[in-house]
Design a protein around this ligand. Structure first.
Ligand SMILES: [Zn+2]
Length: 216
């Protein structure tokens, strides 16, 4: 019952879009004798192709609740878990949702091999560590972006005590901006500028009015 209400492609559309059969949209119209001085019947009875196409591409409105999603993306996440997102057609992280087995491997053999190759590549060297590209960058800019073992170790050494450092917590964006904006001298400066601006505006626009004349 539900599926019957969902608009589907017509026979002609399937032929045209999936089988490149342009014959299917050819339509003719019979021209009746036109009793008009300005309109003359054309010799052909064929509808021009562009019109045929637009007839095919008519808009169909479908208002209904979409059927519930019963599947998950299930692409392997690399930490042994599978993607739990429930999207209709496409996962924003893993692309089109395809059939996968319990381990998250694609059922389609071609895609599975492709994915495995990509994964192996990722594991060996990250894309931005392509040696040729890095050499080019080094020659052009003099900066060596190669990732060496020392750099890796340094990053790992960062201590994490798990405690909140109060000193750092105080140093927020808001605090830093407040320091600059509510500085006494800058407040004075900005106040003076605003006053000057207002006075000028009043003089320009309302100089003939009594109360403004008194204020300035
Ligand atoms: Zn996913």
């Amino acid at each position: 019952m539900e599926s019957a209400t969902i608009p589907t492609l017509t026979e002609d559309e399937i032929k045209y879009f999936f089988h490149d059969d342009s014959e299917c949209i050819k339509r003719t119209f019979i021209q009746h004798d036109v009793q008009n001085f300005f309109v003359r019947p054309t010799e052909k009875n064929d509808v021009p192709e562009s019109l045929n196409y637009s007839i095919l591409m008519r808009k169909r409105t479908f208002v209904n609740e979409l059927p519930a999603i019963k599947w998950k993306c299930r692409a392997p996440l690399g930490n042994g878990k599978l993607c739990e997102r429930m999207d209709r057609y496409k996962c924003p992280f893993h692309g089109r949702i395809i059939a996968r087995n319990e381990q998250g491997q694609a059922v389609d053999e071609k895609i599975r091999i492709q994915e495995e190759e990509q994964l192996a590549k990722k594991r060996t060297t990250p894309e931005w560590q392509d040696p040729e590209m890095l050499e080019d960058i080094r020659l052009a800019t003099g900066i060596d972006l190669r990732m060496n073992e020392e750099n890796k170790k340094k990053k790992k050494k960062k201590k994490e005590s798990g405690l909140t450092e109060l000193g750092i917590e105080e140093n927020t964006v808001r605090k830093r901006l407040e320091k600059k904006l509510f500085n006494r001298s800058s407040l004075k400066r900005i106040g003076a500028a605003l006053d000057r601006d207002e006075r000028r505006r009043n003089e320009e626009k309302f100089h003939h009015q009594f109360n403004y004349a008194c204020n300035n």
